[in-house]
Design a protein around this ligand. Structure first.
Ligand code: MG
Length: 284
């Protein structure tokens, strides 16, 4: 989940982010393999929720129903919905439809054929957090939206591939942006990824754009939520009257994919995609 609120400035892109020094690497927690396993357990629940939601997204279902399904799936496995109550957010998922980029409230109105819905879900389990998002078309969607979805997934994959020991933080940012531009998409710059572990949002903030080779060195034990948010046109967003729902200023479709990823001695490991499980939000 991305964050846009004053008490939690780490997850919103600002002009005074301080992460761009090598020295700030000390602020980024290093997790042991056992701790990563704990985060993995929370992330395994995230993936199971995503699988349930993916199967449930059809024309006529409401995002409120999806939210109820998500909460039940989390609690059945002993987890706690990490978003519910976070900064007073009222639900277990963010469900952002069409031009809504992030932080949409679940609501009772049905999804329509041709809609695009992004579902972002966080889970807390035994004091550890997992966070993941995917975007999916409802029924039939246009070729250009299908292309945007493909580009957003490719952008996330590129960011993950750049998350390697000895690299630097903005190698991830740069890889995300290059893949987005290669697919003809626009990066929504106001939000980015984040560290995750004992809290939903930890250092560092991870931009989805900019030059490579800046910021702290990437180290084994870092655990990041990497999450490109792209649109068909607008780079700018505004927050609706509800104080949360964040919409592109020109009404263009926005999409968002997110994985929680651990950097291990074997390279980046996507914790929200458990071994042997299918990826969500990928057309058959
Ligand atoms: Mg997140």
């Amino acid at each position: 989940m991305l964050d846009a609120f004053a008490p939690y400035p780490l997850c919103k892109t600002t002009t005074n982010n301080t992460f761009l020094s090598l020295e700030s690497a000390a602020l980024i927690p290093i997790r042991s393999p056992a701790e990563i396993d704990s985060i993995r357990a929370a992330c395994t629940i995230v993936h199971s929720v995503q699988m349930a939601l993916e199967a449930a997204v059809v024309p006529g279902v409401s995002t409120q129903q999806l939210d109820e399904l998500a909460e039940a799936t989390i609690r059945d496995q002993g987890g706690v919905p990490a978003f519910k109550g976070y900064c007073d957010f009222p639900a277990s998922i963010c469900a952002s439809i069409n031009a809504e980029a992030v932080h949409g409230f679940p609501r009772p109105s049905p999804l329509n054929d041709g809609d695009v819905v992004c579902v972002d879900v966080g889970v807390k389990l035994d004091g550890w957090f997992g966070d993941g998002a995917f975007t999916i078309g409802v029924g039939n969607i246009s070729p250009e939206v299908r292309q945007l979805l493909s580009t957003t997934r490719a952008s996330l994959d590129a960011g993950i591939e750049a998350f390697v020991p000895g690299g630097r933080l903005t190698d991830i940012s740069h890889a995300v942006e290059l893949a987005a531009l290669a697919g003809g998409a626009t990066v929504i710059r106001e939000y980015g990824g984040h560290g995750i572990g004992r809290s939903l949002h930890e250092d560092p903030h991870i931009l989805n754009y900019g030059p490579a080779n800046r910021g702290p060195r990437l180290k084994v034990g870092h655990v990041f939520a990497i999450e490109p948010i792209l649109s068909l046109s607008s780079a700018d967003v505004e927050v609706a009257d509800d104080g949360w729902t964040t919409v592109t200023t020109d009404g263009s479709i926005a999409t968002h994919f997110e994985h929680t990823v651990a950097l291990t001695s074997d390279g980046p490991v996507t914790l929200t995609l458990p071994v042997g499980q299918p990826a969500v939000g990928v057309p058959a």
